[in-house]
Write a protein that binds this ligand. Structure first.
Ligand code: FEO
Ligand code: CA
Ligand code: CA
Ligand code: CA
Length: 592
């Protein structure tokens, strides 16, 4: 493929795999802390400082950075590369760190604070002589969280399955949470994806089995991870069984209008939502690629009925306001011959009908996983992020891992998911027929099968001999220069030992798809996951999120193994998820 002349690629020195408890970047680069959990978001007259003992109230948390930063995008203001809105997800909470006295017992106040610590932040940032800083206050600053009123739109709006006692019409819902990966529309809105919503719903042991088969298909009824249901009936599966159907959606947010109401777009289907990566079809409609991150779940594509009205100003946002409400949802089948098909999920097609338990299209969307089962989609190794090569239009997806693959009673390895007990994950890609995102067929191959190539039997395969090894790819982002940024999420239990021993802490790598070279660019602190990144339009600043530093090998119950960013010794400070900004000391283009 032709590349622009003079565009250097991967000119930096690779960072060694390390277990250092710090953010490590290549020589000539610096990483600076920008927006840690608890930092004021910047709402005028309401900027409570972070209390290091976690004594901030629920009301204060709703005005501060949430926990567990994840997907993120930079929206330039006035077309500038040095001033913009940074919009990011806060995926989940560590209840042990969030409250002064820890997780138990759950109280109404704690549940409120916890719901306020998830969702989305909109902050304004500006590059000055001393680097990037938050604009405080900012007229754009906003926290969207688990109590923010939202609209439900699209074909499932008003469905009986979305109606609750608090919302008999099934058209409005309180809040969003479990916000993991993301997307950006051509008209300048942010798409936040609700992933593991099921862990916040529960019921008493006796009542738990009341979750029906359709709900169990989404992991509901297996017990809750955070027991909101004990203090808030909204989360009680026995008393409000439909509330859980109102989560698992893509949420559209206009970051430029802090008074706007976020909208859950049901036409895109309900899943453990990962990515809503947008691109235009050849005839100017919108295609949205989505993963569903659980073992053996699917990859989806939505294609809008209508063409996108060009532009990304307020007029374009108004003109495209309902575009995501009408279109066709597909799910992917990856055949053994390297070809694949997009299978339509439409009521009355392919056995998805009243006989198989679907009353209409609303139910097909609410129970998209079951519909996908029926049409024969390919069960994947946990599809996470999706990114599109701006040069070739090829679509890349991370399949993060799936240790259950090939175990007794579980699906066997197949061509697209070739490793049984897949501990390392990989990156798969495809080319749509005719180079058109509206196509219903494609050709696929593996970009990388991750893992330690020196380990016998690991089955690792990289696109060139010049590739730094990694495990469990998760975050994925193409910059406008065509460099592919890969972020990893090896489990805290696995980091630095066993098959992951040589791979260091979780990290971010930069790949050049043209040459197949991959170089490790950044390694995160102990226990963290690196997830969510974006470059400014001039590619001279890279924002990256460090999620859950200090998460111990035992999970979240033990003493954190990091005090990053406030302390150097574990135990000396509460570790905080945070946005970090990386620049070259010479001001040059990042990654070249
Ligand atoms: Fe929240 Fe699938 O990562
Ligand atoms: Ca992820
Ligand atoms: Ca992950
Ligand atoms: Ca994580």
């Amino acid at each position: 493929r032709a590349r622009p002349a003079g565009d250097g690629r991967l000119g930096f020195e690779s960072v060694p795999a390390t277990l250092r408890d710090a953010v490590t970047v290549p020589p000539g680069y610096e990483a600076r802390l920008l927006y840690p959990w608890g930092a004021p978001t910047g709402i005028a007259g309401a900027m409570p400082a972070f209390a290091p003992d976690a004594s901030n109230s629920a009301a204060e948390q709703a005005l501060q950075a949430g926990m567990h930063h994840d997907g993120m995008h930079f929206f330039a203001l006035d077309g500038r590369a040095d001033r913009g809105l940074l919009v990011m997800n806060h995926e989940y909470t560590d209840e042990q760190l969030l409250h002064p006295e820890g997780a138990r017992p759950m109280t109404a106040d704690k549940a409120r604070k916890s719901l306020h610590a998830m969702g989305v932040s909109v902050i304004e940032v500006e590059l000055g002589p001393d680097g990037w800083r938050q604009v405080l206050p900012s007229r754009f600053a906003r926290r969207i969280h688990g109590h923010t009123p939202m609209r439900i739109a699209g074909p499932a709006r008003g469905s009986p399955l979305l109606r609750t006692a608090a919302d008999p019409a099934g058209e409005r819902v309180y809040g969003t949470f479990a916000n993991c990966a993301m997307g950006v529309t051509p008209w300048g809105t942010y798409l936040s994806c609700e992933e593991n919503f099921q862990v916040y719903f529960g019921a008493s042991k006796e009542a738990l089995p009341t979750a029906g088969a359709a709900q169990q298909r989404y992991g509901l009824g297996a017990g809750s991870w955070v027991d909101y249901w004990r203090v808030d009936e909204r989360f009680d599966l026995a008393k409000n069984p439909n509330e859980s159907n109102r989560f698992g959606w893509v949420v559209e947010i206009d970051p430029f209008d802090p008074a706007s109401t976020p909208v859950k777009r049901t036409a895109l289907g309900r899943k453990h939502q990962e990515s809503a990566t947008c691109t235009l079809t050849k005839d100017g409609r919108l295609a949205v690629y989505m993963g569903d991150d659980s073992n053996f779940e699917y990859i989806y594509k939505f294609v809008s009925r209508d063409k996108v009205r060009p532009g990304s100003d307020a007029a374009a946002r108004a003109a495209n306001r309902d575009l995501l409400d009408r279109g066709t949802l597909h799910v992917a089948r990856y055949d053994d011959d390297g070809r694949g098909r997009w299978l339509e999920l439409r009521h009355g097609l392919g056995g998805v009908d009243a006989d198989s338990g679907f009353a209409g299209q609303a139910e097909v969307l609410i129970h998209a996983r079951r519909a996908a089962d029926i049409v024969g989609a390919t069960r994947m190794d946990r599809p996470e992020w999706i990114a599109i090569d701006p040069a070739s239009g090829e679509v890349y997806v991370t399949l993060t891992h799936n240790v259950s693959r090939g175990r007794p009673g579980m699906p066997a390895a197949d061509a697209a998911n070739p490793r049984a007990e897949n501990i390392f994950g990989g990156i798969l890609r495809w080319r749509e027929a005719g180079g058109d995102a509206a196509a219903t067929s494609f050709a696929w191959d593996h970009f990388a099968l991750a893992g330690d190539p020196d380990l016998p039997g690991a089955g690792a395969r990289y696109p060139s001999a010049e590739a730094d090894a990694f495990g469990c790819p998760d975050g994925l982002h193409f910059d406008t220069g065509g460099l592919l940024w890969i972020q990893t999420d090896m489990s805290g239990r696995a980091i630095g030992q066993g098959p992951m021993a040589a791979l260091g802490n979780n990290q971010m790598l930069c790949a050049d798809p043209a040459s197949g070279r991959i170089k490790r660019f950044l390694v995160g602190p102990s226990g963290c996951e690196v997830t969510g990144c974006v470059l400014t339009p001039d590619r001279r600043s890279l924002f990256v999120n460090i999620q859950h530093p200090g998460e111990t090998r035992e999970g979240t119950s033990g003493t954190p193994n990091s005090a990053w960013p406030d302390g150097t010794l574990p135990g000396s400070a509460r570790p905080r998820s945070a946005t970090v900004v990386v620049r070259r000391r010479d001001g040059g283009i990042v990654g070249t």
